[in-house]
Design a protein around this ligand. Structure first.
Ligand code: ATP
Length: 854
């Protein structure tokens, strides 16, 4: 058996508890890694791999990073989906004989990293966890460790529903049990989501009540998640806020696919923000506001009173132009209080953070007062709910310097007059420095050397420096030589030595005391963290409402009203994002009217005419209204929608064939399984991913099902012209089309939605617009003609009784009679007596029959 050196034994013992992480093992000024950690990390981080004597086992692979620049390396590893366990020396090596004690103080994981190059503070970074409740039901909890916000909801469905939930929040890590890890293994692999295992029983009761507001069934996921955070962070998590239970009934539910299809927060093409609803509405002034806006977009309200309350507040803000301007200016002075509360709680807030907290708090009384004096009922009420955290602000005002340095250990953090003892030390040090300046003056006079100076360095302390050319002027017997430089000598005197001790000890005492005082102030802030978080929540809400007012006014949006039934009436509506991205005046507004007895639209029209844009604009209008924003149209009367489901093919997924069709069917399944008559369904070209007949049949069957069984408000677009006849069969279905015109053989898109079905397909014209070669287009026209003829004859041949029903609807034309020559040939064949026919006669007959056919 090999024996390792004692230090390697310590390393191996610690490493055995953190098998799934790179162990950064502190050795002096470095974090070292050993064995496979070292070989892998040297590769990933592109750092040199060396080795170290490890005892009987020989040389051990090793690599390391300086502790002061470790952050960048940690971010790289974590950004690539790894975990890093930070193992520090927990004793001062100077006081220890033998091996110094070491402990892992924190594990940084993809879901718990809160700072650094991969973190955009305008977005939440959630870590999630699952707990199975029953076969098809899971509790899903998620927390943003930086801000402490926690949410839990129930998710119904198989692993793909869970994966979609994780993906829609852009999560990098989810905490599960072993069984779920197996179940979600593939998905996590494909989507780059790290699955970490943690047992919910490891949860240790937390200082703050976290689970009061949530149903018992949901607690498992929360406990598992908090347990994991406790295990990895190993620090106070005072800033974790009580979990908020997301009850389906209280919100407009938009499933993950629809969120993606509608490009609410992420663009399908670029994956970025531009071109999304979030991008359009993000006129916020703070990062907290931007995050809240995203949350609101993900979870629009479904309670009419709540929605109207928000809308009324927006109206009040629209009417108060000057107030709005002042509030925006004030908010721009407010630092990210939520993330700051997180840093205070986890003990990583710097002196500068506390100064920024104070500066932020300074502007709150003014905000509160302005709202109170606005004379607008909702704003006045809002003002009453703002607690400006005056106590915290007062403490910070007296304690923290106006512009402290980043590191609290450098001094200059605490204000004069805050602590008597600190003032005494500071006086001693300041007086000492005055004394030094006087000494310098005196020595210059005595020696007549103008260039004589008193300097300081860390090794030799204070000294008197005289250049070599001036040495002959000084009485060197008074000095003791300390250091020789190329062109100068440095000396000390007993008097200087004595003062140096006084000054340095006062300085070091003062630095120590300052740090203690700073830590005390930080602790005091921690005690009041809930108040800071509440204030942050109020300010971010105000920020979003201001953004709504701003955008509603500048883009000419209108305040929607709501109906109790399903009727929807949007007059001259616009797609707000498409409109913003193009010249406003070119956008063609379109109305949409659904009534209780006419709430399904079948939209036809050429490619590129604007069918998808029209469908999306209706959904976006509904969403905007339910988050409390004005809407892009001239008038809107809307139902309160409970869920939105979409099946909208993205340009990129058309190419991927079969799996795309499966995706299409899965999305349709989601809609059909969960939609109610208060939902909004958008089905764009269902069935496009499979053969024509398959596709058409499915499309029709779905429309019938939605019509008969669900009753949801539905917009359905199709290329299958045959489906337009369905309005005769389905009472609540209406045909509309997006108009286009042919002008000099070219298609002109009017983008105007009109009653009735479209009458022509313009696909080839669109291809022409795209610049395809003219021979190719000519060939396509010929083929189209051929197919159209073929389609007519196929129709004639299919027996109407057995046909899929859209042919029933189309089959008014009589089935054609058999041609006369065929009948004659058949008669001739019947008449032949084969037993009395020679082979030559037979051949002759065949020739004759064939000739008749021609
Ligand atoms: N109302 C409108 N006013 C002005 N331009 C519009 C309007 N609607 C759509 N467009 C423009 O037409 C383009 C095509 O629209 P859209 O993608 O909605 O067409 P489509 O009919 O769904 O096409 P396809 O059938 O090929 O999917 C849009 O990118 C937009 O630039």
């Amino acid at each position: 058996m090999t024996t390792h050196t004692p230090m390697m034994q310590q390393y191996l013992q610690i490493k055995s508890q953190y098998e799934d992480a790179f162990l950064f093992f502190r050795l002096g000024d470095f974090y070292e890694m050993f064995f496979t950690d070292a070989t892998e990390a040297s590769h990933i981080l592109e750092i040199t791999l060396t080795s170290r004597e490890g005892g009987a086992s020989g040389r051990i692979p090793m690599c390391g990073v300086p502790y002061h620049s470790a952050q960048g390396y940690i971010e790289t590893l974590v950004g690539k989906g790894y975990k890093v366990a930070i193992c520090e020396q927990t004793e001062d090596p100077r006081n220890v004989k033998g091996i110094v004690k070491r402990e892992v103080v924190k594990v940084i994981t993809p879901g718990t990293i809160t700072e650094g190059k991969n973190i955009d503070s305008n977005s939440n970074h959630f870590i999630g966890s699952f707990d199975r409740i029953s076969e098809n039901l899971c509790a899903f909890a998620y927390v943003d460790l930086a801000t402490g916000e926690g949410t839990v909801e129930h998710i119904q469905g198989d692993e793909s529903a869970l994966a979609a939930a994780v993906e829609s929040l852009g999560m990098k890590e989810a905490v599960v049990d072993e069984q779920m890890q197996l179940m979600l293994g593939d998905i996590s692999h494909n989507k780059g989501i790290v699955l970490s295992i943690c047992d919910r029983d490891l949860y240790k009761p937390h200082g703050r009540e976290l689970f009061e507001e949530i149903p018992e069934m949901a607690a498992g996921a929360c406990e598992r998640l908090v347990a994991y955070l406790q295990q990895t962070q190993k620090t106070s998590l005072e800033h974790l806020q009580p979990f908020n239970f997301l009850a389906r009934e209280a919100k407009l539910t938009i499933d993950a696919n629809s969120m993606r299809n509608l490009e609410l927060v992420q663009s399908i093409r670029s994956g970025g923000k531009e071109g999304t609803l979030f991008w359009l509405l993000d006129e916020t002034n703070t990062a907290m506001g931007a995050r809240k806006l995203k949350t609101w977009i993900r979870q629009p309200l479904a309670d009419r009173l709540e929605i109207e309350h928000r809308l009324n507040t927006v109206s009040e803000l629209i009417d108060a132009y000057f107030l709005r301007d002042d509030l925006k200016t004030a908010l721009r002075e407010v630092y990210d209080l939520e993330r700051l509360a997180g840093r205070i709680s986890m003990g990583s807030a710097s002196a500068r953070d506390l100064a920024q907290l104070r500066n932020s708090l300074r502007s709150i009384p003014d905000v509160k007062q302005q709202l109170a004096e606005s004379g607008k009922p909702n704003l006045v009420e809002f003002s009453k709910r703002i607690d400006p955290c005056g106590d915290q602000c007062a403490i910070l005002e007296t304690s923290i310097a106006e512009a402290p340095p980043l590191s609290a250990k450098e001094g200059g953090v605490i204000k004069d007059g805050y602590n008597e003892k600190l003032d005494t030390y500071r006086d001693a040090s300041r007086n000492g420095k005055l004394w030094l300046a006087e000494l310098e003056q005196k020595e210059r006079q005595k020696t007549g050397i103008k260039g004589l100076k008193i300097g300081y360095n860390r090794i030799f302390g204070y000294f008197i420096e005289i250049t070599k050319s001036n040495l002959h002027l000084a009485d060197l017997t008074r000095y003791e030589r300390k250091q020789t430089l190329a062109n100068a000598e440095r000396y000390i005197t007993p008097e200087l030595k004595e003062k140096e001790e006084l000054i340095l000890s006062a300085e070091s005492e003062s630095l120590d005391l300052e740090y203690t005082l700073f830590a005390e102030v930080r602790e005091q802030m921690k005690q009041g963290i809930e108040h800071i978080q509440q204030l942050a929540s109020m300010l971010s809400e105000l920020d979003v409402l201001l953004a709504f007012a701003e955008i509603s006014e500048s883009q000419n949006y209108v305040k929607p009203i709501f109906t109790e039934d399903k009727a929807l009436d949007i007059r001259n509506g616009r797609h707000p994002v498409v409109e913003k991205m193009m010249d406003h005046s070119l956008y063609v507004p379109n109305s949409c009217k659904l009534a209780n007895d006419a709430n399904m639209l079948l939209i036809t029209g050429p490619n590129m005419s604007g069918k998808s844009t029209y469908m999306r604009q209706v959904a976006l209008t509904v969403i905007m209204a339910q988050i409390g924003c004005y809407v892009p149209c001239e008038f809107a009367s809307l139902p309160i929608t409970d869920q939105i489901f979409t099946r909208i093919g993205a340009a990129d997924d058309l190419a991927s064939g079969q799996s795309t069709f499966m995706m299409e069917m899965l999305e349709s399944q989601q809609a059909i399984a969960h939609a109610t008559d208060r939902s909004l369904l958008l089905f764009d070209e269902i069935g496009r991913g499979t053969s024509t007949y398959d596709g058409m049949s499915l499309a029709q069957a779905m429309m019938e099902y939605i019509h008969d069984e669900i009753g949801a408000n539905t917009l359905f677009s199709t290329h299958y012209h045959e489906l337009t006849a369905l309005d005769e069969q389905l009472d609540r279905l209406m045909n509309v089309h997006v108009a286009a015109m042919e002008q000099e053989g070219k298609v002109v898109f009017l983008h105007k939605v009109m009653a009735g079905p479209a009458d022509k397909s313009y696909g080839i014209h669109v291809a022409e617009l795209a610049g395809l070669p003219s021979e190719l287009l000519q060939r396509a026209r010929e083929l189209l003609e051929g197919f159209e003829n073929q389609k007519t004859s196929e129709k004639k041949l299919l027996p109407s009784s057995e046909q899929i029903s859209f042919f029933d609807l189309q089959s008014e034309e009589p089935v054609a009679e058999q041609p006369a020559e065929e009948i004659e040939i058949l008669e001739n064949l019947k008449a032949i007596d084969l037993t009395n026919t020679t082979p030559l006669q037979g051949l002759q007959l065949l020739f004759e029959l064939k000739a008749k056919l021609k």
